[in-house]
Design a protein around this ligand. Structure first.
Ligand code: EPZ
Length: 429
């Protein structure tokens, strides 16, 4: 599948942001820890979520889709703590089954996580934490096996503020005996959302969103109804779309505070950013000013927004840099932008963009989810026709991406095969 688009239209209008993918994945894992029904609302309809739900069904979780964005989960009849299927292997977030199943059944066997190829992505901090809670951890081939006679609360220091490890340890420690402290915890909005969800199921978690999280274990978790927060990265991507197409977009259904780092950079680049309750309006300018960015854990600038920012820096006046400090392999999109006439150089963890370029349409390949979304923005800002292959990556994390862009005036279509790609190219040209 490929996206094909004709660039040049300023994107103008309103867009409503879906539920947060990365919160949803942790929240769904939490939901299977109860034997009562849990209703999850504002679930984004994206591939990663549907793949995780399919993996759940394979181990006996009842999944009832009430509507497109609401699902009822019942984990009372889970018959296997072994999750090792083609579904599980597609996902990074499959690792949340480790924490959820270990907490509930004191045993978990889960295939090693897949996900976007953006770096080495070890899970040593997750395993260290599980061991401190009293589990044995074994890696057999491509499977992680956890076992515990009893889970006991512990004082766990994370070597880095890992999102995945923080959520996984909150899941397992919620059903451990006694108190757990997670120090140097990640503080991303979805950490707080998963903690709030667990608390709504009867867990006792305090301090989520700060460096130190305290968890008092409980005997069991009960049913609940929970609404997922809006997706910070989807919102940021549409904010950047306004900037790079010189458009004017009202991004609705967001939590503006989650957008602070992105808003600040857009203002620095010369855009107008106006907060209006649960919306943000971004007005692009005829020209952008370059800036320097370093990706950092929240509340720093998110790594999941750096490729989109890379596109803006190709267009902005002057030289701008991005220092990627979270993942070591997240600049693969720079080679794709070069095919469009961008001038950028990657030196280790730093990308240097010589801005002020007019991008030209080209045939591109999405290297991963966020880079794929960034290349779509580049195509919409470019002159002429752009085709982007490997759209599957983008569908993992953006609900109705092309539809939402079209509603803002973008000329973008999904081509299912080579024949329709050529026809669309001719039609748009
Ligand atoms: C989560 O990945 C997100 N994925 C990523 O989103 C996001 O980029 C990332 O957090 C950072 O915000 C999900 O939520 C499913 P980490 P995760 O553990 O949990 C190192 C997207 O596009 N590390 O915070 O894998 C790790 O290598 C995706 O939506 C260890 O060394 O990220 C990285 O350098 C891509 N050992 C850093 O820590 C560990 O045990 C942060 O990783 C764990 C992590």
């Amino acid at each position: 599948m490929q996206y094909v688009m004709k660039g040049g239209n300023p994107l103008v209008g309103e867009v409503t942001i879906s539920g947060a993918k990365n919160a949803a994945l942790g929240i769904l894992a939490a939901a299977i820890m109860a034997d009562e029904t849990v209703t999850v609302e504002n679930l984004p309809d994206v591939k990663d979520v549907s793949v995780l739900l399919s993996a759940f069904e394979e181990i006996g979780v009842l999944v009832n889709h009430k509507d497109r964005h609401t699902v009822q989960i019942n984990g009372a009849n889970i018959f296997s703590a072994c999750a090792d299927s083609s579904y599980i292997r597609q996902l990074r977030a499959s690792y949340y089954l480790l924490g959820a199943l270990l907490g509930k059944y004191h045993h978990a066997e889960v295939a090693m996580p897949g996900g976007c190829n953006i770096g080495n992505r070890p899970i040593d901090q997750h395993l260290k934490g599980f061991r401190m809670l009293g589990a044995t951890t074994t890696v057999e081939g491509s499977k992680v096996i956890l076992d515990a006679k009893e889970l006991r609360g512990a004082h766990i220091y994370l070597d880095m503020a890992s999102v995945g490890a923080t959520i996984n340890l909150m899941l397992a420690a919620s059903l451990a005996t006694g108190n757990t402290i997670i120090e140097n915890a990640a503080k991303e909005p979805h950490i707080v959302d998963v903690a709030n969800m667990l608390n709504s199921m009867g867990a006792k978690i305090k301090g989520a969103g700060r460096d130190m999280i305290r968890i008092t274990g409980v005997e069991s978790l009960h049913g609940s109804e929970y609404t997922i927060i809006p997706d910070q990265i989807e919102a940021g991507t549409f904010m950047m779309a306004a900037a790079v197409t010189k458009g004017d977009i009202l991004v609705r259904n967001i939590i503006p505070q989650h957008m602070d780092a992105i808003s600040a950079k857009l203002v620095e680049m010369g855009c107008e950013v106006v907060e209006l309750g649960d919306s943000i309006r971004v007005v692009g300018r005829p020209s952008l000013t370059s800036c320097n960015i370093k990706t950092l854990p929240y509340p720093g600038f998110p790594t999941d927004m750096q490729p989109q920012m890379g596109v803006a820096l190709c267009l902005a006046d002057g030289v701008g840099t991005i220092t990627e400090s979270i993942f070591e392999n997240r600049f693969k999109y720079v080679d794709e932008l070069a095919k469009m006439g961008a001038e950028a150089e990657v030196k280790g963890t730093i990308a240097i963009f010589k801005g002020g370029k007019t991008l030209k349409g080209a045939d591109l390949v999405a290297p991963d989810l966020r880079a794929g979304a960034a290349l779509v923005l580049a195509g919409l800002a470019a002159e002429g026709i752009t085709a982007i292959d490997n759209v599957g990556y983008i569908l993992r994390g953006y609900e109705d991406f092309d539809e939402k862009l079209r509603s803002l005036g973008a000329e973008i279509r999904l081509a299912e095969d080579e024949d329709s790609l050529q026809k669309l190219k001719l039609k748009m040209g």
